[in-house]
Design a protein around this ligand. Structure first.
Ligand SMILES: Cc1cc2nc3c(=O)[nH]c(=O)nc-3n(C[C@H](O)[C@H](O)[C@H](O)COP(=O)(O)O)c2cc1C
Length: 330
């Protein structure tokens, strides 16, 4: 388990592909540089954030992960950002690694969410053990739970879980059984239109698109296991390209927002975004409140707090630049 987490940190940084196309005009004449007065703050997930930037769920369960999580939470507090924890699965059985995850005091009042996989939730429901999740949420003092849905990764992982139920049914049960805000995400391969629409019709606090083009866990698993047979390697390579980019998903979301059936109206746009210029363009395209999530872009700097601060400061200034000088093509 610990090895797997470490592998994920190392390999996720090497598994990126896909640039974003520009659909905006650059208008250098029409704005000043209003740095001091520009407010990036917004209300999201029922809380105030100082900028539309989210630290995607990554890690926990190792010493290195503890340092990374502490740095990320401190960063979120400094800039008023939100953060999702990496999978808290290990805490369901023992609180031994609680210090990796219990960051409420570090992150302050900013949005802070626990994270579990749909496979664990399916098992806990089956065993009548969902009180363990509610206890975890209470102990971590989080604002809610992120559920990750990752059937391709589970299949690619030698030690991966298999679902007995369709994840949609498990998510509905979680909404019934848990008294907390719930976000649903993929882990970097996005959602097709019918999955997205089904999610939008549920009373979720938000959907995190976690689209294709960045960290790709099928490629991560491929890199972890050098002893895989040629047949399995080929099958995994094929799977790695399956999924949906943010641009495509945003169109489906926009179409369905017009329907009165859509109950979930906040979105985290993430997956393959490593700068706020791209993030801003995607945000403008999506016709609902949204923020930008980044995983590996933060991870790259996460062991050194000064580097993280510098990266984030630059990204927030990029966002201000984008808001001043990039205009939507109509
Ligand atoms: C090292 C690492 C560990 C991750 N662990 C989790 C996890 O435990 N739960 C989860 O929902 N997503 C996990 N993810 C996926 C990210 O939350 C995110 O969806 C994905 O990395 C795509 O974003 P990116 O391209 O900006 O990295 C992990 C990502 C990385 C890089």
């Amino acid at each position: 388990m610990q090895d797997r987490k470490l592998d994920h940190i190392e390999l996720a940084l090497q598994s990126k592909h896909h640039p974003i196309a520009s659909t905006f005009y650059y208008e250098p004449l029409l704005s000043s540089h209003p740095w001091q007065t520009m407010d990036l703050g917004l209300n999201f997930l029922g809380a105030k954030m100082q900028a539309p930037l989210w630290i995607s769920s990554m890690t926990g369960g190792t010493e290195k992960a503890r340092v990374i999580n502490h740095n990320l939470a401190k960063l979120a507090n400094h800039f008023g950002l939100g953060m999702g924890l990496g999978s808290c699965r290990s805490l369901l059985e023992s609180r031994e690694r609680m210090q990796d995850f219990a960051l409420r005091e570090v992150i302050g009042d900013n949005p802070f969410f626990a994270n579990l996989g749909i496979a664990q939730l399916e098992q806990l429901i089956e065993q009548g053990q969902m009180h363990k999740v509610q206890n975890l949420i209470n102990d971590l003092q989080v604002d809610g739970l992120i559920i990750h849905v990752n059937p391709l990764q589970e299949w690619a992982q030698m030690e991966g879980d298999r679902y007995k139920e369709a994840p949609l049914e498990t998510i509905k049960r979680c909404l019934d059984l848990l008294k907390t805000k719930i976000i649903v995400k993929e882990v970097g391969q996005g959602f097709g239109p019918n999955s997205l629409i089904s999610l939008m019709n549920l009373p979720l606090a938000a959907i995190d698109l976690a689209g294709l083009g960045g960290t790709n866990f099928v490629l991560v698993e491929l890199a972890r296991h050098s002893a895989l047979s040629a047949g399995k390697r080929e099958a995994l390579l094929k799977l790695a390209n399956i999924g949906h980019y943010n641009g495509e998903m945003i169109q489906w979301v926009n179409d369905h927002l017009k329907s009165s059936k859509s109950l979930c109206r906040e979105f985290i746009i993430s997956g393959g975004i490593d700068n706020m210029i791209d993030g801003y363009q995607l945000q403008l395209a999506l016709k609902a409140p949204s923020i930008i999530g980044m995983g590996s872009a933060f991870l790259k700097y996460a062991e050194n707090f000064e580097d993280l601060m510098e990266f984030t400061q630059t990204q927030l200034e990029s966002l201000k630049l984008a808001q001043c000088f990039l205009k939507e093509r109509i």
